[in-house]
Write a new protein. Structure first.
Length: 138
């Protein structure tokens, strides 16, 4: 396995190694479920691979940890989930949350294409076929 190094000193997979990463069916079910809620998929450019971003408030830390552990294999080695505080000016409340970001991987592109039209998250027309009991649980 040939690793390159990012500008942050994090070892990165080659394009060929990224292309070999696949998502098991049970994790695909989870992706569908969390995309209906607190997750989103981003691309830095139209030709870049996609990343999965997931977050939860600190009140749901145990659930966040459970979901993070499912997606840990898709995150950079030694990745540590991020903690952030947001001040909502609309209601003058402060929220704290955890989030994680996966590596940019081709296996997430299909979900980006399913759930986004012109960079806007939409409900796929075939959601009835995509959503499983496991996905619904998430």
């Amino acid at each position: 396995m040939l690793l390159t190094c990012s500008t942050k000193g994090i070892s990165r997979l080659t394009s060929a190694e990224r292309a070999l990463i696949t998502i098991p069916d049970d994790i695909k079910d989870v992706i569908i479920g969390i995309l209906l809620g607190d997750a989103h998929i981003s691309r830095i450019s139209p030709t870049a691979n996609s990343i999965l971003v997931y977050g939860q408030t600190t009140k749901h830390k145990e659930y966040f940890d459970f979901v993070y552990n499912l997606f840990k294999p898709f995150c950079a080695k030694d990745y540590i989930p991020q903690f952030k505080t947001i001040n909502d000016k609309r209601n003058n409340k402060t929220y704290t949350s955890f989030h994680f970001i996966t590596m940019q991987l081709p296996c997430f592109n299909v979900f980006r294409e399913m759930f986004y039209v012109s960079n806007i998250k939409v409900l796929p027309t075939n959601i009835y076929d995509l959503l499983t009991p496991r996905g619904l649980a998430f």
